[in-house]
Design a protein around this ligand. Structure first.
Ligand code: ADP
Ligand code: MG
Length: 571
């Protein structure tokens, strides 16, 4: 191990030299109060920034003991410290000083969700920040004095402020952990209350804008806090906050109806994000949803490989089979059917569907249409939605402003009016009976083994996130913009990271995709980030990993046994 003084000497020596000389920084340096690991030095000023870790003995930090009480509090504390470090970067780091992003010190960017992140590792021995520094240059010439200011002065100040803080910050940290612990408790008690989702009274659901996930504020316009109808009110005990009252959505089929612009989609969006905890003051911090809930939408244009969509679609033109349906270019209805079947394969107890993003012909077929159109391959969702619940235990929360027939198949009907819910189950029911068709999913078809396309790009393997909504595997780009429950780019990074492990494991097994992902995911979760030195990961759900695999063009599938019709290919 070298000293901070030696780091300074290196920087003085390589001043004005070519960029490659920065490689001499790779190593470990002992600073006053922390140890700095320079794990990776970037190749040029435009490359991804250099990766650093700063480790501080736990005893030398002001992290309260309670932060390590349990896994939930530790996770929330790590999330909080990531945000604190980012805040202090903004305060201390002098910003871009040279070519590219020269001069920046950063840590992974966070959003409104509290997630398990690789940016901070906290345990009984130490606190470790995994951060990034864009080593400064003018062109390719090293700017030694700026690097010295960054690494010898700014970085230690940021680390000090982020590990030794006053009681006002400790209080915020404790609140962050309290709220997350309460959220986790609410979420895990849903089942025993017979619920699939819970929205507390007082929650603020609307967001600032379609591209800004921050809560709508009174200064932006009128905001209506959530208030449960009396008939759906549930009170759940939270460990820190005590009793929390709000609207419980029971298992079964729930329809959220209402006029346009009355807050239906806003409610459903809050529910779909309720699989994660949120920041204090987010407004949705205690909204809790069954952790395996999946948003289902139409996604025309996506590729589908070997999915049995026959519970919804049969007898396509020219006898194209649907028990093993593949296409490079799905329609609205076939994509929505495949999305549901893949959700079942991934393991889900709750489907979330918004009419706004659904294929109408997948959702419903009215009597006039039935009379005129004789060749209709689609069994609309409305005909099987009850059987999905009664025979398979899969609940649905469905938003609709147009398809009133769904009232007849609903266990619960909620009317949104002026952003407030009212329960109208009895009122909405009519005597009209709906055709109820049993939903039959062939279990073998939900056990596809899936091989990814080659990850080779040149002579290197490539698994990389390309922003929040796409990914690269070798030469193949995967569009995952329809996966609305991916909260941030760090989760996409993590999916790419785990796809490599999936690919390695798949080379030696032919296990069904869902169980292989499950196994890799569990191993990853239980080993934590201590030995994974990258700072840019946030843990997604196993579902999103599987859904990414499903969307990859060029995957190959096999199944143990598919009886019946032959597999037909496109074209
Ligand atoms: P719908 O899906 O019923 O057509 P949306 O959920 O899209 O309606 O909401 C319409 C608009 O109302 C959005 O701009 C949304 O941000 C806003 N909004 C939703 N809920 C609230 C609320 N509780 N308070 C204030 N504005 C809200
Ligand atoms: Mg809407």
């Amino acid at each position: 191990m070298q000293t901070a003084r030696q780091l300074k000497d290196i920087l003085r020596r390589i001043d004005r030299k070519g960029y490659k000389a920065y490689k001499q920084l790779e190593g470990t340096f002992n600073f006053n109060g922390f140890t700095l690991f320079v794990d990776h030095v970037q190749g040029d000023p435009y490359a991804a920034p250099s990766a650093l870790r700063a480790r501080i003995e736990l005893l030398k930090t002001s992290i309260p003991k309670r932060a390590l009480d349990n896994g939930e509090r530790t996770l929330a504390t790590e999330d909080f410290l990531t945000r604190l470090f980012a805040f202090n970067c903004g305060k201390i780091c002098k910003g871009i000083r040279g070519t590219g992003t020269s001069g920046l010190i950063s840590i992974q960017k966070t959003g409104q969700e509290i997630l398990k992140r690789s940016s901070v590792v906290l345990n009984n021995e130490y606190l470790e920040f995994r951060c990034y520094a864009s080593l400064p240059a003018r062109g390719r010439t090293i700017l030694g004095p700026i690097a010295e200011s960054m690494l010898i002065s700014e970085l230690p100040d940021i680390i000090k402020l982020s590990s030794n803080f006053d009681s006002s910050i400790t209080n915020r940290l404790t609140l962050h952990a309290d709220i997350y612990e309460d959220y986790c408790a609410l979420k895990s008690s849903l089942n025993s209350h017979g619920l699939v989702a819970f929205i507390p009274d007082g929650a603020i659901l609307p967001r600032k804008s379609g591209i800004n996930e921050q809560p709508l504020k009174h200064s932006d316009g009128p905001v209506v806090p959530f208030r449960s109808p009396e008939t759906l009110k549930v009170t759940i005990q939270a460990p820190n906050k005590g009793p929390v009252s709000g609207m419980g959505i029971p298992r079964g089929v729930t329809v959220i109806a209402g006029g346009g612009f009355h807050g239906k989609s806003t409610l459903l969006n809050a529910i779909q994000k309720g699989v994660y905890g949120h920041l204090p003051l987010d407004g949705r911090e205690l909204v809790a949803t069954a952790g395996d809930a999946v948003k289902i939408r139409a996604e025309d244009g996506r590729a589908i490989q070997d999915v049995n969509i026959s519970p919804f679609i049969r007898d396509l033109p020219f006898g194209k089979g649907t028990r093993s349906f593949s296409t490079e270019n799905a329609s609205g209805s076939t994509s929505q059917a495949a999305n549901i079947m893949e959700a079942l394969e991934a393991g889900t107890s709750l489907l979330l569907i918004d009419e706004d993003t659904s294929a109408t012909n997948f959702m419903i077929r009215d009597d006039k249409m039935k009379a005129i159109v004789r060749k209709e391959p689609i069994t609309p969702l409305i005909d099987v939605i009850r059987s999905m619940y009664e025979d398979h235990g899969i609940s649905t929360i469905l938003v609709t402003g147009g398809a009133g027939d769904y009232f007849n198949v609903a266990d619960t009907v909620i009317l949104m009016e002026d952003y407030l819910p009212e329960e109208i189950t009895e009122k909405a029911r009519t005597t009209l009976k709906n055709a109820e068709i049993p939903f039959r999913a062939d279990p073998a078809s939900l056990k596809r083994s899936i091989t990814l396309p080659s990850p080779m790009k040149g002579n290197k393997e490539k698994f990389a996130a390309k922003g929040h909504a796409s990914l690269q595997i070798g030469h193949t780009f995967v569009d995952i913009s329809a996966l609305e429950q991916i909260a941030e780019v760090n989760q996409t990074e993590c999916i790419a990271f785990l796809l490599k492990q999936y690919n390695d494991a798949m080379a030696s097994a032919s296990e069904p995709m869902a169980s292989l992902v499950e196994r890799i995911f569990q191993r990853f979760i239980s080993s934590g980030f201590r030995n994974i030195k990258r700072g840019n990961l946030a843990v997604p759900r196993k579902q999103e990993i599987m859904f990414t695999i499903n969307r990859t063009r060029g995957i190959r599938t096999s199944k143990k046994e598919v009886m019946g019709e032959t597999v037909m290919s496109d074209g």
